[in-house]
Structures are given as C-alpha cells and as structure tokens.
Design a protein. Structure first.
Length: 158
C-alpha cells in the first residue's frame, strides 16, 4: 500500500488564525463607509465647516495623550495651511486639498500601537530625490517638532 502525503494546506490551516483584518481595521473601514455616506448627504457646500466639527469631535473622543497631540496638530496644520480642509478619514483627523487627503493623524489608541503617527499621503508634495519619509512617530511635541511639522505641512501643500 502506498503512503499518500497529506496536503500542506489541510495540516497548516488548522494551526493558523485568519489572515484577515483585525477588529480595529474592520472598525476603521466601517467608519470610513459612514463618513462617505455622511459626506454625500451633506453636499459640497457644507463640507469644510462640518468637516472641521467632525475632526474636533473625533479629537475630543480620544484618550490622553492622543487628545493633546491631536489638538496641537490640528492647530499647527490649520494654521500652517489654511487651504486644507479638515475631515475625518477612516475615523481619524485628516486634512485634504482638492478632495485628496494630504496628511492625517493616527492616534496610538486607534490600532493599539505605542506611538501616534502623523502621516502624509501621495497628494503631499514632499518629494526629495528618490526616497523621503511619509510618516512620523509622535509621543510628544516640542517647539522644534511643532516648527518642523508646520514646515512639512507648508511644503506638502505647495
């Protein structure tokens, strides 16, 4: 009688957990779908004012120290680039130009990470040579950090 090997799929599938999305990622996707529905109902005229109130509400919901970082970043970003429109994006504060997200704040608590993140999307004009940073880890903000962020945001919208 011949020994037939079992497929690797059947033996390893039992030992693996799902390679799908985490609960936090699924929640963020649901928030994004809700944001899209809300934006469609509001229409383009109300987008900026309502977007800002949505961002401020999201920041107010955050636990410390994310809330303090979010409040300070909001002030820096809106002060450095008034042309950016605040809005939520996957349940996070974000800032858009011509409907495209330029930068966003990801609180540490959102995906249970050890630091918050200031990220820039491809709409940001930060290109420097063949490689440049698009995300920055934040644990606190010093005056030098605030000045650097202001300069990055100005460059991103230039």
């Amino acid at each position: 009688m011949k020994d037939t090997p079992k497929s690797a799929k059947s033996t390893t599938a039992k030992n693996k957990t799902s390679g799908g999305f985490t609960a936090e990622e699924r929640a963020a996707m649901k928030e994004h779908a809700q944001e899209l529905k809300t934006a469609a109902r509001r229409g383009p005229r109300a987008a900026k004012a309502d977007g800002e109130s949505d961002v401020l509400a999201k920041i107010a919901e955050m636990p410390e120290p994310d809330r303090s970082l979010g409040e300070r970043l909001h002030a820096i970003i809106t002060g450095s680039a008034p042309a950016l429109t605040p809005r939520t994006w996957y349940g996070m504060p974000a800032y858009a130009k011509d409907g495209k997200i330029v930068c966003f704040f990801q609180p540490a608590q959102k995906f249970k990470t050890r630091y918050a993140t200031l990220g820039f999307n491809d709409a940001a004009n930060l290109d420097e040579g063949a490689m440049w940073p698009i995300a920055y880890a934040l644990t606190e903000l010093t005056a030098a950090d605030e000045a650097r962020i202001g300069a990055l945001v100005k460059q991103a919208v230039s």
